[in-house]
Design a protein around this ligand. Structure first.
Ligand SMILES: [Zn+2]
Length: 622
């Protein structure tokens, strides 16, 4: 069929426009061959037009809720056009912006630069990310883009060069790979930044099953080759996790899903969510030693749940069009708090947690939030608003500062929402119904659907009408002396204290290499006896102790964590508690007035049905 004359004219006009406008795809070549010595090289070629141009380096990193782009480690920047240098100037006020003037006739601008992966003092993806044997590549650290352009509107064709013999895993679709050279399919800057690459000498991928047309994979890298050979029984709970998550939400919003799991003692330890993958970094022996395994049991389930809560549905203040616009964290008690609840619930349903370990996590959260003097000045909502300065805050006076309490306290709030939905509907409906309605829909590729607090309240009302606005106002916006423990009580349990710690509690102490006596003396100490935190109003605080002081002797004998715990235990039968403390270069003795013995939070059964058993019961078919 011949095209209509008018259409031909239009097509010609469009063709003319297209040849005048710059091609929209940037080319990014990243070289990881020197990553083992903490040096990453990159070259970015951008389509441009002659004249002044401002390029920006990503500042606000999704999932980190903070201006954490590692601009300090972005070095050796050189711009060229056709091989000729082009001078640049950093903006006087915005450290993340670079001004250049593109010479007449130029169509492409090339930026060559290096990134210096941190050796440990950055935060999250800007923290330790390389070892002699592996590297986690976060693309946001290796791009510049035109100021004012939305990340959806920038196309990038990325390629990657790996050290010889290294393998890789990523959710980013690959166009072709040969040996250590990989070419990725063209992607938007949004997708690129959302798709980190895990590469390493010792790396293996394990299929976790196909659900609704999407494949799921566990990609494991480690400094030790033996750590990446996983048994069927180690993999099995992750296969169940994939099925439980899909059963809970009823649909997914990814083309495929990759858990990137780094087992190393030489990278920063954290998890970061993405739409189609997650970047999970834990100590090397996490899958073989029970301490780090139990303490991290719900890390992968938390990060995967973010694909629904955080990536697909996102608080409006965090759904920004690019990486320069500041994020607003007022709904982090939903973004992170509800995800903490989802991660806990899914870990229980897929068997990564036993019921007892799952209760252990709730007890630790409830206990910790009960020794928080900061509750009397900072409402929960402010911990989210201030998240950008609270992440990475020191542990000293954490109980007074509160820190990122929206994780644990948000989890308690959402547990209470679940039990409330159940009681309002006499057991007919639950949080599962809300999750399916709010996060489900139809399976397909990633998309973002922002939400407000009113959207949440409306969705909850649709499951069970109630004064949800008042419910959240009382828990989130108000100063509350006690944490929200209503969900635990409604589930048939209560917060209690015992003289021994739960298995979960001990595993967290082991992971953080600390002794946690906040519930007895009111202190949290590091391995060497340094006080990481002192709870105001506690026996230690009343005696005059403060953070950063170091306990060197307990009742006249050299400090060890066990000796201190023994002395606390013996205080019950009248034993003394005299601590010799080193504070800078000064030594001083402190006598503590405490007779309560050791005390640790745990959950104790009340009467009525055990709702935890119902909440944590598997939903997916086996
Ligand atoms: Zn999270």
């Amino acid at each position: 069929m011949a095209p209509h004359a008018r259409t031909v004219w239009l097509s010609l006009a469009l063709l003319l426009l297209a040849t005048r406008a710059p091609a929209q795809t940037a080319r990014l070549e990243v070289d990881l061959r020197e990553a083992p010595r903490r040096l990453i090289h990159a070259r970015l070629t951008l389509p441009v037009e002659p004249g002044p141009l401002t390029l920006v380096y990503p500042k606000w990193i999704p999932g980190e809720h903070a201006p954490s782009g590692p601009i300090r480690d972005f070095v050796s920047l050189r711009f060229t056009v056709g091989g000729r240098p082009v001078s640049w100037q950093r903006d006087d006020e915005d450290m993340f912006a670079f001004h250049v003037v593109v010479p007449a006739g130029a169509r492409e601008l090339t930026a060559a630069f290096d990134v210096l992966p941190s050796v440990g003092d950055g935060n999250y993806s800007a923290g330790g990310s390389t070892t002699p044997n592996l590297a986690i590549l976060s693309w946001n650290q290796l791009v510049l883009y035109p100021e004012g352009r939305s990340s959806d509107g920038v196309g990038v064709q990325a390629s990657l060069r790996l050290p010889e013999g290294w393998k890789f895993g990523t959710a980013l679709p690959v166009a072709r790979a040969s040996g250590s050279a990989i070419e990725f399919a063209r992607a938007s800057l949004t997708t690129l930044v959302d798709s980190p690459v895990l590469a390493g000498r010792h790396l293996r991928s394990y299929p976790l099953g196909v659900v609704d047309g999407a494949s799921h994979e566990l990609v494991v890298a480690s400094d030790d080759g033996a750590r990446v050979d996983l048994s069927d029984s180690t993999i099995a709970p992750y296969r169940r996790l994939v099925r439980e998550a899909n059963a809970l939400f009823g649909a997914h919003h990814y083309r495929s899903y990759h858990f990137l799991l780094t087992l190393s003692d030489h990278v920063d330890h954290f998890g970061e969510e993405h739409h189609e993958s997650s970047d999970n970094r834990v100590p090397e022996r996490t899958l073989v030693d029970s301490g780090p395994r139990i303490a991290n049991a719900d890390l992968l389930s938390h990060e995967m749940a973010h694909s629904w809560n955080g990536k697909y549905r996102r608080p409006a203040g965090l759904a920004t069009p690019d990486y320069q616009k500041p994020m607003r964290g007022e709904l982090l008690w939903v973004y992170e708090g509800m995800t903490n609840y989802l991660g806990w619930l899914l870990a229980g349903r897929c068997g990564l947690f036993t019921s007892e370990q799952a209760r252990g996590e709730m007890a630790r959260a409830a206990g910790t939030l009960s020794v928080r003097p900061g509750r009397d000045w900072r409402p929960l909502t402010d911990t989210g608003v201030a998240a950008q300065v609270l992440y990475g805050a020191p542990t000293a006076w954490a109980s007074l500062r509160r820190g990122v309490d929206f994780y644990d306290e948000g989890m308690l709030v959402w547990l209470e929402v679940d039990t409330r939905l159940r009681s309002l509907t006499k057991g007919a409906r639950s949080f599962d119904d809300f999750a399916r309605a709010f996060f489900g829909g139809v399976s397909g590729p990633p998309q973002v659907s922002p939400y407000t607090r009113e959207d949440l309240e409306r969705a909850l009302t649709a499951v069970a009408p109630s004064d949800w606005k008042g419910f959240f106002a009382a828990r989130v916006d108000s100063l509350t002396a006690r944490p929200p423990l209503g969900g635990i009580v409604a589930a048939g349990w209560q917060l209690a204290y015992a003289d021994t710690a739960t298995e979960y509690f001990e595993s967290v102490e082991e992971l953080y290499e600390e002794t946690d006596l906040r519930f007895s003396l009111g202190v949290r100490l590091g391995k060497e006896g340094t006080l990481n935190d002192v709870v105001l109003g506690s026996p230690a605080s009343k005696a005059g102790l403060g953070p950063e002081m170091e306990i060197v002797a307990v009742n006249g004998r050299e400090f060890s964590a066990d000796r201190l715990k023994d002395a606390v235990e013996k205080s019950k039968s009248g034993g003394p508690l005299t601590l010799l403390v080193k504070d800078d270069e000064f030594f001083r003795e402190y006598k503590l007035d405490y007779k309560g013995g050791t005390r640790y939070p745990r959950l104790e059964r009340r009467q009525g049905p055990d709702l935890f058993e119902r909440i944590l019961a598997p939903r997916a078919g086996r």
